[in-house]
Design a protein around this ligand. Structure first.
Ligand code: SDX
Length: 429
């Protein structure tokens, strides 16, 4: 590989240094482009543009590879638990038993959220979308915790990250209880991360919650496969907001906002709504694949397609396998699961989908498992946010401690009116 690419533009000949990553990805460094040619690049949606170099997660979209800090997602989903993954993403290594025990016990004591945030959640109308509540509650934490943590102080970062990881399930469960008109159930130190969340979601005063191990383990796996995904829309948003030195809670709240969109994290809710519609319409999946082929229908198969994966999303494979195991073990019959499997079978053999490399993504099957846990579809993206939190934290820390850090401020090509003079109102038509 040569050291530089040559560019001839605007009557100038320049060299663009070539950067090669540890997985042999090749990037052209254009940081001097404008100064040396007067030109900028343009790339709507950043399809071809890298925003940074990062050591956290590696994706190979052609091969369907996903690794957190070098570990394949398949191994992590099978052998690790979510808190181990949070440590791995944020600190770069799987924790020792001592580190894991310390992180788990710290988090157990941080599950209670400030009373003013409890009041904030209770102040939302019952018909609010839970993501609106989560976004506001996370931003509100900046008024209660040390707002300005020093990103270079590992102790402050570890404490603030562990506390926010511990508080997020409480915020999520309280958002659910508010929007279902139920009293809040306090977190308990006696249960692990996932069981405490399910306890706060579903315990009733008169009925102690029976939590099937299979569901608690499935939830842990879902959080792991959602934990990070390099420079996706919401993570890039966290980095963008954090690049102005905005505080941790403002940055994470912005990530929640970006994740809410149905083209991103909101797709899991949209996908289940689509599968329910197909079920109600007699289960004719071919009709909906046909609809998705025609642009004029303005209809997409939610849970399908991906900016990076041009082959099967490895997370979708893991989640589908878990659906089969958990539904069979718990003898749960969910009509939308076979519809999803049939929809996948028909779509991936359809030329439109083959030509565009469209396959199921992480959002296609996850809703089936959430439903098996009794979680309503308007909470699916909240669960995605809970899972993605360690990834957001890891990227915020990496960005804020990078010696290359600069405020993110993209350029543009102006296409509006050229200079013109003011027109007094009486002369306007
Ligand atoms: C997530 O970035 C990440 O890593 C995200 C994520 C993460 O972990 O953070 O993986 C999580 O957000 C997964 C994606 C969830 N979204 C959906 O499932 C919504 C449905 N999918 C899409 O709208 C779409 O596939 C995107 C948004 C995921 C990707 O959009 P791109 O890369 O901008 O692709 P595009 O919209 O330019 O589509 C390319 C072509 C188009 O057709 P042509 O104009 O070339 O003829 O594929 C078509 C699109 O119309 N297409 C689809 C389709 N997705 C793309 N057609 C039908 N159904 C679909 N789902």
């Amino acid at each position: 590989m040569s050291e530089a690419a040559k560019l001839s533009v605007n009557g100038k000949e320049i060299e663009l240094p070539i950067l090669v990553g540890t997985e042999n990805e090749v990037g052209l460094d254009i940081s001097k482009l404008r100064a040396s040619t007067g030109c900028i690049t343009l790339d709507e949606g950043y399809v071809n543009t890298g925003s940074t170099a990062s050591a956290i997660t590696f994706l190979d979209g052609e091969e369907g590879v996903l690794r957190y800090r070098g570990y394949p997602i398949e191994q992590l989903a099978e052998h690790a638990d979510f808190i181990e993954i949070a440590h791995l993403l944020m600190h770069g290594e799987l924790p020792t038993q001592t580190q894991l025990t310390e992180m788990q016990s710290t988090m157990r004591f941080e599950r209670t959220i400030p009373p003013a945030i409890v009041k904030l959640i209770a102040s939302f109308p019952q018909q609010a979308h839970p993501m609106a509540i989560v976004m506001a509650a996370v931003a509100g934490l900046s008024a209660h915790h040390l707002e300005r943590i020093d990103p270079a102080d590992p102790k402050q970062v570890a404490e603030a990250s562990a506390r926010l990881l511990a508080e997020m399930p409480t915020i999520a469960a309280y958002a659910y209880r508010r929007t279902t008109g139920q009293d809040f159930v306090e977190p308990t130190k006696d249960l692990d991360y996932c069981r405490n969340f399910l306890h706060m979601m579903f315990s009733q005063p008169d009925k102690p919650l029976e939590i099937a191990d299979e569901l608690a383990e499935a939830l842990d796996m879902l959080l792991i496969v959602h934990a990070d995904h390099e420079q996706n829309c919401s993570t890039s948003t966290v980095r963008m907001v954090g690049s102005s030195d905005a505080n941790l809670y403002a940055s994470i709240s912005a990530g929640v906002a970006a994740l809410w969109g149905p083209l991103h994290g909101g797709a899991n809710e949209a996908c289940v709504n689509m599968l329910e519609m197909i079920h109600a319409d007699g289960g004719d999946v071919a009709k909906y694949v046909e609809m998705a082929r025609k642009k004029e229908n303005n209809f997409r198969l939610m849970g399908f397609g991906h900016r990076v994966y041009k082959s099967y999303d490895p997370r979708a494979k893991i989640v589908e396998a878990a659906c089969k195991k958990v539904l069979a073990k718990l003898k749960i019959e969910d009509p939308i699961f076979p519809i999803a499997q049939e929809l996948e079978r028909v779509a991936v053999t359809d030329q439109y989908f083959i030509d565009r490399n469209l396959y199921p993504n992480v959002d296609f099957y996850s809703g089936v498992l959430y439903r098996a846990m009794g979680i309503p579809s308007n909470m699916f993206t909240v669960l995605f946010a809970m899972g993605r939190l360690p990834g957001w934290l890891a990227h915020w820390i990496e960005m804020r401690t990078s010696p290359e850090k600069r405020i993110c401020r993209p350029r543009q090509i102006y296409t509006g009116e050229t200079e013109r003079n003011f027109v007094p109102i009486e002369k306007r038509s």
